[in-house]
Design a protein around this ligand. Structure first.
Ligand code: ZN
Length: 204
């Protein structure tokens, strides 16, 4: 039996909902809400979004040097001569790079690992963007590698592993300080933050 126009449209909507539900933070319920919103705002949201997605899918790729996402390879940050060539900040994900860029926290260049070592999830060094980091660290310009992996068990394990691998590259290896957040009150901090803040106290 031939499908009427309504059932065709419904199948398209179901497909849209199934795809939306794959996005981080969206379950089937919120995917349904988003789909409905898109359909109701077809000209102002849905069509521009579809075009932006198509453009991004066409243009965006991974920087072969640092693992950042960009439309150019090498990426804008790697290609920018105003960036300090002496330091490379190693992060887990592109989202971490974006966070540091938003804060204008760092004027060097980055290296995106694409994850962390994890015995539990079976992530080994071969699964991460590590092999390209070693020759970068050994380049003449580079004097400091900042390990900015997260303060999780896997993040720490990865930082230890990288410290060993980078030995002999002739660079200073540093880690981000762990401690009391700006505006943070001791009473509200979790034990882990408090303990590391205490352990990494400095002279004033
Ligand atoms: Zn790059």
């Amino acid at each position: 039996m031939a499908k009427g126009p309504f059932s065709l449209a419904a199948a398209d909507v179901e497909r849209l909902i199934r795809l939306l539900a794959k996005l981080p933070g969206l379950g089937p319920r919120s995917a349904r809400r988003v789909a409905l919103h898109l359909i109701q705002q077809k000209e102002t949201v849905m069509r521009p979004l579809a075009e932006a997605l198509a453009d991004a899918a066409e243009a965006v790729g991974v920087c072969s040097r640092c693992g950042n996402i960009d439309t150019a390879d090498p990426c804008e940050i790697c290609a920018d001569p105003r960036r300090d060539p002496a330091s490379i900040c190693v992060v887990e994900q592109v989202g971490d790079l974006w966070a540091l860029e938003r804060a204008s926290a760092f004027r060097g260049r980055y290296h995106v690992l694409g994850g962390v070592l994890s015995a539990l999830d079976g992530v080994t060094p071969e699964d991460l963007n590590i092999e390209t980091l070693i020759p970068r660290a050994a380049e003449a310009d580079v004097t400091e590698i900042i390990l900015a992996t997260n303060a999780t068990v896997d993040g720490q394990t990865t930082a230890h592993y990288l410290t060993e691998r980078l030995e002999g590259c002739g660079v200073t290896i540093t880690r981000l300080a762990r401690g009391v957040p700006v505006g943070g009150e001791l009473d509200y901090l979790d034990d882990g933050t408090l303990i590391t803040a205490f352990a990494s106290r400095k002279g004033v």
